[in-house]
Design a protein. Structure first.
Length: 476
C-alpha cells in the first residue's frame, strides 16, 4: 500500500528547490561579476607588455585600453539596468555574457591597437549590462530574508576579483603572454552561459515592454562617458586644456538634458522617480563617496608599493591581500547580520574604519622604510574590514528602497554613482601625484589624507541611511 507523503512534504521540497535554484543563480551572478571586475585590474598589469606588442602606439593611445572599458562601463550601467527591467533580466544577462566572451576573444586576438581598444569598448558595454542584470536576477530569485547575505557574498566576490587581478594577471602574463588575460575569459563565459540557460528565469515583464526614451539614454550615456573621460584623462590632457574643459562641459550638459527629459516623460531613460525614496537617494550619495574613497586608496596602494618600496608584482599582491581577505570576511559577516533597519550602523562604522585606516597611512608611520607588519598590514586589515561592512550596507540600503520590479534600474543607478565617485578618485590620485612627482612620499601622504576626509564624510552619509518607514520607490 502506497503511503501518503507527510504533511508539508511538498512545501518543504518546493522550498528546498527554491533555495537550490537561488544558490545557483547567486553563483552565476558572482562568477559574472568576478570576470567583469577582474578585467579592469588585469588589463592594468598587461599594459606594459601590450605597449611592446604595439610599439607605434603612443602612451595616450595605450591608456584607452583601460579607459575605453572604464568609460563605457560607467556610462551604460544605468541605461543597462533600465533595459534589463524592460526586456527581461535573464535575457539581458545571458546576452551580455555572450558578448563579453566574444569581445574577450577579440581582445586576445587583436593584431592592431585600434582593434584592441574597440574590442575593449564593446567589452565594457557588455560588462555594464551584465552587472546590474546579474545582481537583479539574484535578488529576484533569493528569499527576502536572505537578500542581505546574498549581497554580502556578491560584494565580497567583487572585492576579491579586483584584488586578485595583479596576482592572476601576473601569473598569466608570465606563463602565456598578455593575450592570455583576455582569452582566459572565454571558457569561463561558456560555463556561465550554459549554466544560466538552465537555472536563470527567463520571464519577461508581465506588462508590455516600454522602451526607455532613446534620446535620453544617448544623452545620459554620452554625458557620463564624457565626464568620466574628462576626469580620468585630465591629468594626461592637462586640467586647463580645451579637451578636458570640452569633455566635462559637454558631459554635464548632456546629463542635465537627460535628467530634464527623464523628469517629464512616461518612459524615462533615468529612473528619477526612485529618488523619491529618501533612503535610495541617500544610498546613491553614500555610494558616490564610497567609490571615491575606494578608488583613492585602491589606486594609491599598489602605486606606493611599486614606486616607494620597489615591490614586485608578486610582493605587491601579497601585501594587498591583507585588505582583500579582511573585506571578504567583513562583507560575509555583514551580509548575515545587516537588516534594513541597521544599514546605517554598518555603513557609518565601515566608513569610519576606512577613515582611521587612511589617517594611519597618511601619517609618518608609513615612510620610505619598509614597515610591512608594523604599519601596512594592520592598516590594510582595518581598511579592508571597513570596506566590506560599508559596501554591503550601502548595497542593501539601495536594494531595499526600490520595488522588486525595478531592481536592475535601481542597482544600475547606484553603481553609476559609485563609478562616478571612482572616476573622481582616480583623477585626484593622478593630479596629486603629478603635482608631487619630485617628492612622491608627500604626494602619497596627501592622497591618504584626502581619502580619510572623504571617508569621514561618507561615514556621516552612512548615518543618514537610518531607516524611516516608507514604501519602496518606483520610477513610474
Amino acid at each position: 500500500m502506497r503511503q501518503s507523503p507527510p504533511p508539508g512534504g511538498d512545501e518543504n521540497a518546493a522550498a528546498t528547490s527554491t533555495q537550490v535554484r537561488a544558490g545557483f543563480v547567486l553563483f552565476i551572478a558572482c562568477a559574472a561579476t568576478f570576470i567583469a571586475t577582474l578585467d579592469i585590474s588585469v588589463a592594468n598589469i598587461a599594459l606594459p607588455r601590450i605597449s611592446l606588442a604595439f610599439p607605434g602606439a603612443s602612451v595616450t593611445t595605450l591608456t584607452w585600453v583601460i579607459s575605453g572599458y572604464a568609460v563605457t562601463f560607467a556610462a551604460l550601467l544605468c541605461p543597462a539596468g533600465r533595459l534589463a527591467d524592460t526586456l527581461g533580466r535573464g535575457q539581458v544577462f545571458v546576452s551580455s555574457v555572450l558578448v563579453f566572451g566574444v569581445t574577450s576573444a577579440l581582445c586576445g586576438a587583436s593584431n592592431s591597437i585600434g582593434l584592441l581598444i574597440s574590442a575593449r569598448v564593446v567589452q565594457g558595454m557588455a560588462a555594464a549590462f551584465m552587472i546590474p542584470a546579474a545582481l537583479a536576477i539574484t535578488l529576484a530569485a533569493t528569499p527576502i530574508q536572505r537578500i542581505p547575505a546574498a549581497i554580502g557574498l556578491w560584494s565580497a566576490v567583487a572585492g576579491l576579483s579586483a584584488a586578485l587581478g595583479p596576482v592572476i594577471g601576473g601569473a598569466l602574463i608570465a606563463g602565456w603572454g598578455w593575450r592570455s588575460v583576455f582569452f582566459v575569459n572565454v571558457p569561463l563565459v561558456v560555463v556561465i552561459a550554459i549554466t544560466s540557460v538552465r537555472v536563470v528565469p527567463m520571464h519577461r515583464p508581465a506588462q508590455r515592454a516600454v522602451w526607455p526614451d532613446p534620446l535620453g539614454v544617448l544623452c545620459f550615456a554620452g554625458g557620463i562617458g564624457l565626464v568620466v573621460a574628462g576626469l580620468t584623462e585630465g591629468s594626461t590632457w592637462a586640467w586647463i586644456s580645451w579637451r578636458t574643459a570640452a569633455a566635462m562641459a559637454a558631459g554635464i550638459a548632456l546629463v542635465a538634458i537627460a535628467l530634464i527629459r527623464s523628469s517629464t516623460r512616461s518612459n524615462p531613460a533615468i529612473p528619477t522617480g526612485l529618488w523619491r525614496s529618501r533612503t535610495f537617494a541617500k544610498a546613491n550619495v553614500a555610494s558616490f563617496l564610497f567609490g571615491t574613497a575606494l578608488f583613492l586608496g585602491g589606486l594609491a596602494a599598489p602605486l606606493f608599493l611599486a614606486l616607494i618600496w620597489n615591490y614586485s608584482i608578486w610582493e605587491s599582491a601579497g601585501a594587498l591581500s591583507a585588505a582583500t581577505l579582511a573585506s571578504i570576511v567583513s562583507a560575509t559577516v555583514a551580509g548575515r547580520r545587516v537588516t534594513e533597519e541597521t544599514t546605517f550602523v554598518f555603513a557609518s562604522v565601515g566608513m569610519g574604519m576606512l577613515c582611521l585606516s587612511n589617517i594611519w597611512m597618511g601619517s609618518s608611520a608609513l615612510g620610505l622604510e619598509r614597515q610591512l607588519w608594523e604599519t601596512w598590514v594592520p592598516a590594510m586589515v582595518l581598511g579592508g574590514l571597513g570596506i566590506g561592512l560599508a559596501i554591503t550596507a550601502i548595497s542593501v540600503a539601495a536594494a531595499s528602497a526600490v520595488s522588486p520590479l525595478d531592481f536592475a534600474s535601481g542597482l544600475g543607478l547606484n553603481l553609476t554613482a559609485r563609478q562616478l565617485g571612482g572616476a573622481v578618485g582616480v583623477a585626484i590620485v593622478a593630479t596629486v601625484l603629478a603635482a608631487n612627482r619630485h617628492n612622491l612620499l608627500d604626494g602619497f601622504h596627501l592622497v591618504y589624507d584626502l581619502c580619510a576626509v572623504v571617508s569621514l564624510i561618507g561615514a556621516l552619509a552612512g548615518l543618514a541611511l537610518r531607516s524611516r518607514s516608507e514604501e519602496p520607490a518606483a520610477f513610474g
